[in-house]
Design a protein around this ligand. Structure first.
Ligand SMILES: NC(=O)c1ccc[n+]([C@@H]2O[C@H](COP(=O)([O-])OP(=O)(O)OC[C@H]3O[C@@H](n4cnc5c(N)ncnc54)[C@H](O)[C@@H]3O)[C@@H](O)[C@H]2O)c1
Ligand SMILES: O=C(O)C[C@H](O)C(=O)O
Length: 308
């Protein structure tokens, strides 16, 4: 199983490290445009192999896509992250061109690859890849909801004063500060609805802190987060590589599901060897449906900025 990660920066290198440590891939190729950067990150990571106990071979490439040939899965993290005070959507002017070129370069050498899009604004970048590559929609996956759901569980566990292993919850909708839809009504503590334990103010706080989770960290770090994003991507890669049939919220191209068309946005999907094996349509409350519709309007507005 060969995996390529384009962008050997904070998220890409973290993703590569988590994939290696999980040791399900034979090879991970890190590619970056900065001279020597991917090679350096790969060598540094390989020098953890005896310490972290993995056999995965990590190699680096400075913009030579021939090294990525035959990749089964390709992750796109190339592009700029936001600075404090920015929205993800403000990155479109620079990242759209990068993501378009990178996806084309990847597919030239790995025409059968499954593409996972990470670069922001992620839902719109996923839509861009869908529109410009012509790949079947099951092979284009946007990562955002898996990360947002991890932050949702973090906030739920904090509010519940419970171990994170007791908590479950999912975030759907757009991967944006205003557009996320944390499904608080579905969230549970060991199969018991969290509304049995938390009052409305506490639940509202969890939802709001989840929605701005990325911005909160960007404010603290001065750049985007990378550990949880890298871990979230590695989970999607593993589900595909190991044909796990696991359900994640991922950005995918919709054709009527959830009443939405011609958009990539976060919905529950089953991930396996074919990428998106199935879109799962769950029962939403009227309020959740309205939030999803509003979220989709925001994503479509950003999509409109693309020069397709
Ligand atoms: N979807 C999500 O949940 C999520 C989470 C975290 C970060 N992000 C996004 O991921 C992207 C990367 O974030 P980061 O913190 O890793 O940034 P970073 O600056 O640390 O890394 C980005 C890397 O991309 C490289 N790059 C730029 N143009 C390239 C090109 N044409 N080809 C190959 N490599 C290129 C840069 O040299 C840099 O090393 C940002 O757009 C960020 O907003 C998304
Ligand atoms: O928030 C960001 O700028 C990066 C990413 O989308 C995140 O949610 O961490």
């Amino acid at each position: 199983m060969k995996v390529t990660v384009v962008g050997a920066g904070a998220v890409g290198a973290s993703c590569a490290e988590y994939i290696a440590i999980k040791d399900f891939a034979s090879e991970v190729v890190l590619l970056d445009i900065k001279e020597g950067y991917a090679e350096g990150k790969a060598m540094d990571l390989m020098q953890t192999a005896s310490l972290n106990g993995f056999d995965t071979k990590i190699t680096g490439s400075t913009n030579d896509y021939s090294k990525t040939a035959g990749s089964h899965i390709a992750v796109i993290t190339s592009g700029i992250p936001r600075k404090p005070g920015m929205t993800r959507e403000e990155l479109i002017g620079i990242n759209a061109g990068i993501v378009k070129t990178v996806s084309q370069n990847l597919l030239e050498h790995s025409p059968e690859a499954i593409i996972i899009v990470v670069s922001n604004p992620m839902d719109t970048m996923t839509y861009l890849v869908h529109k410009t590559t012509g790949l079947p929609k099951n092979r284009i996956i946007g990562m955002g909801g898996a990360l947002d759901s991890a932050r949702f569980k973090y906030r739920l566990a904090e509010a519940l004063e419970a171990p994170i292993s007791d908590v479950d919850g999912m975030v759907i909708g757009g991967h944006s500060d205003k557009g996320m839809v944390p499904l608080i009504g579905h969230a549970t503590r060991n199969s018991v609805k969290v509304s049995e334990f938390l009052n409305q103010d506490q639940m509202d706080y969890v939802v709001q802190e989840t929605k701005v989770g990325g911005a909160t960290l960007t404010g603290l770090l001065g750049t985007s987060a990378w550990y949880a994003p890298g871990a979230a991507v590695s989970g999607l890669v593993q589900a595909i590589a190991c044909d796990q049939k696991k359900m994640f919220p991922c950005s995918t191209f919709l054709e009527g599901e959830y009443g939405l068309n011609d958009i990539c946005i976060g919905v529950p999907v089953i991930l396996g060897k074919n990428g998106i094996e199935k879109v799962v349509e769950i029962e939403l409350s009227e309020a959740e449906k309205a939030k999803m519709q509003e979220s989709a309007e925001g994503v479509s507005k950003t999509n409109g900025l693309l020069e397709l």
